[in-house]
Design a protein around this ligand. Sequence first.
Ligand SMILES: Nc1ncnc2c1ncn2[C@@H]1O[C@H](COP(=O)(O)OP(=O)(O)OP(=O)(O)O)[C@@H](O)[C@H]1O
Ligand SMILES: [Mg+2]
Length: 253
Amino acid sequence: MANALSIKDLKKEYANGTVALKGVSLDIPEGDFFALLGPNGAGKTTIIGITAGLVNKSSGTVSVFGSDINTDTEQAKTNIGLVGQEVNFNPFEKPLDIVVNQAGYYGIPRSIAIPRAKQILTDLGLAEKMDKTAMSLSGGMKRRLMIARALVNEPKFLILDEPTAGVDVELRRGMWEYLTGLSKKGLTILLTTHYLEEAEQLCKHVAIINKGEIVEQGAMEDVLKRNESSTNTDSKFRGGRLEEVFIKLTSEK
Ligand SMILES: Nc1ncnc2c1ncn2[C@@H]1O[C@H](COP(=O)(O)OP(=O)(O)OP(=O)(O)O)[C@@H](O)[C@H]1O
Ligand SMILES: [Mg+2]
């Protein structure tokens, strides 16, 4: 079975000379709930941008369900739903139109797209907002609208770049529950987040990236066990086991 995502020796140097990725290799099996973690500027959004075809890579290979993003671009793209880090819809449009229009990009007829969009928006708690202008939504609602838009083409692989940033604790919990439900139905999910406790509880696999290099990856429990210092049993790290490991692997030496 092909991996949902397979990245080999991926390198990226931006035009201004910033080297964002120094040879990243990453495999995400189908059905996984995968956390890509790292400090600000580590290269997470760059990996996502390249995978979704928004950023050109310098070298290396990336394939989505076995389709190379350069030679089999359309096939790779149809499998992906992307929730980007920045809110990027037209604030004057209505949520229902935003989601239905997105379906149009994938050639889904409106007779199918409209009921599907209504259902997804309702599932995400936006039923009462779907006919208001998008700018009237709160920050957390805008994030959920982005998720609805990413799901309308029924992708096999959902990529979320900090979907819970700026979302209050209750809504965040609801969003994680929603994503866990999608994962249980078989959707492959890759997300980045700075909420390490939630990633620790919910994600099956994890990769930690620092300054353009993967410094650790594997099953969540294995990564925790491998990197935990047995002496550290005091309350110094209140954020949980993953936070301790994260700080150990990404702090300046
Ligand atoms: N368009 C760009 N042009 C030049 N440099 C860029 C560009 N986009 C990102 N970078 C640089 O590439 C590096 C990786 O950035 P990236 O956005 O991938 O990090 P990130 O891990 O997503 O960080 P964050 O957690 O803050 O979102 C950083 O040094 C950043 O300044
Ligand atoms: Mg980012």
